[in-house]
Structures are given as C-alpha cells and as structure tokens.
Design a binder for this molecule. Structure first.
Ligand SMILES: [Zn+2]
Ligand SMILES: [Zn+2]
Length: 396
C-alpha cells in the first residue's frame, strides 16, 4: 500500500466527502434510528466494492478483504446524533426537529467512509483484512450500540480496534492519546425520598422529604472527598432535584438523580458503598424512607499500550512532534468504545478541534459543528494505522 497514492486519492474526494458530511449533518438520527444514515453508508460501500452486512439493527460491518488469511484490523465510527434542537443558521442545519449532530459523529462517519474509499484502492496489497464498523447508538441512555455489535460477532477474528473522536476543548492540530484508562465508567443513580406531607405551617406533623433530600445532596459531596484516598478518581454529581408543587404544602416525596464517573471497578464499588450508607443514614436521621437505584452504564475505556504507541507514533508523523500528548487524560466522559476495548486490544484517540483565540463550542453545545478540516486528517490516521499494522505483518 503506497500511502502517498492513498492520500492523493483522499484529496481527490475532499469536496465529495465534505458534501457527504453536510448531508449527514442535515439529516441527524438518534440511537438505533439511523435508517437513512445506514442507507447512505451502505450505498457508498457498495460503490467501492464492499459487501456490508447490517449489525445492531442500524449499523453496518464491512470487510475489505474477507478471504484474507492475515490478521484483521477494525476501524470504528459512531453514527448517531443527539435528541436536541439545532440552533445554528448553517446552510446544512438539521431538518429533523429535536435531532442534531452535536457530537461530531457525522464527521466520524464521513472519515470512515473516506478511509473505506481509499483502502478499496489497495485491496490486493495488504497482508490482512480491514473491518469497518459503522456503529449506531453511542449517545446517552439509548447508547450501547457497541455492545450489541460485539454480541452479534462484529469482533470475530479481529486483532485490534481503532477509533477516534474530534474534541474542540483541545487545540486543533493536536493529538491526545494515552495508554490505560482514558474515559470513565458511568453509573446513573436515582434516589426517591418518601416522607409524610402536610400543611407547611405544621412541621411537627410531617416528615419533610425536602429537608432530608437537601442533607442528602450535601452529604453525597463527601463521598469523593472523604470516602476515597488522595488518588481520588471519581465524580459524583446530583443533577436533578424535584419536590413539591406549591409554597404552603410539605410534599410526600422528593426525587434526586445524578451521575457517577470513575476509572476502576474498586473505586466505583467503594463510591456506591458510601452512597448506600449515606442514603440509609439520612433516612434514619430524618425518619423518611429512601430508595437508591443504580443503572450501570458504559465501562471504563482502557486503551491498549501497544495500540496507543502506534497512534502516538503516527500522530508525530501527521501532526508533527510536540503535537502529541496525553494531557487531560483520562477524562470523565463515558464512551461505549469501551466494549470493544474490553474484548480486543484497542485504542481510542482524540483529534483537537479548538481554534486558537476563539471560544470553539464544545461537543453537545447547541452551537457545535464538526470541523471539516479534520476529515482528511482523520482519514490519514486510519490509513497510516492500517499501513503500520498490515504492511509489515506486525500483527498476528
Ligand atoms: Zn456525545
Ligand atoms: Zn461522541
């Protein structure tokens, strides 16, 4: 595989790929509803000689050289949008109400489509296979498309998995990558506090769930500061607090919910243990009943050190020395790429997208838009990864 030829091929597709990205941006679909996106990608893959198969309902898996006896390297892109409004006046803004590409998955999908097109030019020159994973449903509570794809066998025969994310909070032109834990285990918690309501003027006859919940919110702040050692490594945030309907009635109950982020199983177990103790203790103190429910989200994303080294080495070549670091990693976001990394040596890396001197909107901000300059950069990373892993026969 002659990388220069492939990069020239990518360059010739530049305008087409930008048009593809804008089309995906204008037609965002949320988790497991990516029917149009799937169709666009499927048609593109057919055009370049692939035979994609559906996976996880609205995802696709395609092999470059399915009959190859060599190793298989997987490249992954997420395809889903967020359930939010597009408020920009971009010419290609979302035409789907309540749906918007505000995490850049339209860009990631386009990058993998571009890499697929370039790789199709070198089918016969590789000592192995490339598997393209177009994954649905990465975001939020509907997320976990990666787990479904893994369960459906998308990683069978795969040696390594690579994935990327654009990240506007970090400077454009930088690569951030690290070995070990890079993104957090996510738990969502729900607490319902049941007291006894009554007239606001007669507290002696009530069991006030608002007072109990307020103490609970404050006490939960001690879970990390007093429950963990100096190594810390967790976030506990109460993000919703609902109780009452008017100013002179003590309500019967209150409801809290929030998120926990941690980077190892022992830490998350310790955090949950302390939260249970605190909720029970608060219930006893205030004479209320407290129910504590936890929903387990994506696991910790742990990067393989050899794969991380490959990407760092390529980063120096593509972006220059000094542009590669592990600064600000791990971070407390969650990412379902973790399911691939649990199963195979994998690496998830970040391409900075923040413009110097500007307040570039971050992922999930209503003004966010993927930076099209990253399309050829992302493709070059993927192509060089394949060259590195399959040309020299280093992966077995
Ligand atoms: Zn996101
Ligand atoms: Zn994302």
């Amino acid at each position: 595989m002659i990388i220069e030829n492939l990069l020239r091929e990518t360059e010739s597709l530049r305008e087409t790929l930008i048009a593809v990205r804008h089309d995906l941006h204008a037609h965002p679909e949320i988790g497991f509803e990516e029917h149009r996106t799937q169709k666009v990608v499927r048609e593109w893959l057919h055009k370049f000689g692939y035979t994609p198969r559906d996976s996880a309902g609205t995802g696709l898996v395609a092999d470059l050289c399915p009959d190859s006896k060599g190793p298989t390297i997987a490249l992954r892109a997420d395809m889903d949008a967020l359930p939010m409004e597009e408020t920009t006046d971009l010419p290609y803004r979302s035409v789907n109400p309540g749906r918007a590409h505000k995490c850049g998955h339209d860009g990631h999908t386009t990058i993998l489509m571009g890499a697929a097109a370039a790789l199709a030019q070198c089918r016969d020159t590789l000592d192995g296979n490339v598997r393209l994973l177009f994954q649905p449903a990465e975001e939020g509570v509907r997320g976990g498309g990666a787990r479904v794809m893994v369960d459906e066998g998308a990683l069978e025969g795969v040696s390594e998995v690579y994935g990327l994310h654009s990240w506007p909070a970090w400077p454009k032109g930088e690569l951030r990558v690290a070995a070990g834990p890079v993104m957090a285990q996510v738990h969502t918690f729900y607490i319902s506090v049941r007291g006894k309501g009554g007239h606001g003027s007669q507290p002696q006859s009530s069991r006030d769930p608002i007072l109990a919940s307020s103490h609970l919110v404050t006490s939960l702040q001690s879970v990390v500061s007093r429950g963990l050692g100096f190594e810390g490594g967790a976030v506990v945030s109460v993000c919703s607090f609902n109780a009452g309907t008017t100013s002179n009635v003590t309500p019967d109950d209150a409801r809290l919910s929030g998120t926990i982020r941690s980077f190892s199983k022992p830490t998350s177990e310790r955090v949950l243990e302390r939260m249970r103790e605190i909720t029970q203790g608060t219930a006893n103190t205030f004479g209320v009943e407290v129910e504590f429910e936890v929903e387990e989200g994506f696991p910790v994303l742990v990067n393989n050190s050899e794969c991380a080294e490959v990407v760092a080495r390529i980063g120096e070549k593509v972006l220059g020395q000094g542009a590669v670091s592990s600064r600000d990693l791990p971070m407390a976001g969650g990412e379902d790429f973790a399911y691939y990394a649990q199963n195979k040596p994998s690496v998830f890396f970040f391409l900075g997208a923040g413009i110097e001197g500007e307040d570039t909107p971050t992922c999930h901000h209503t003004d966010f838009d993927f930076d099209d300059d990253l399309i050829p950069v992302g493709i070059e990373f993927f192509l060089r990864i394949i060259a590195d892993r399959l040309e020299d026969g280093v992966v077995s």
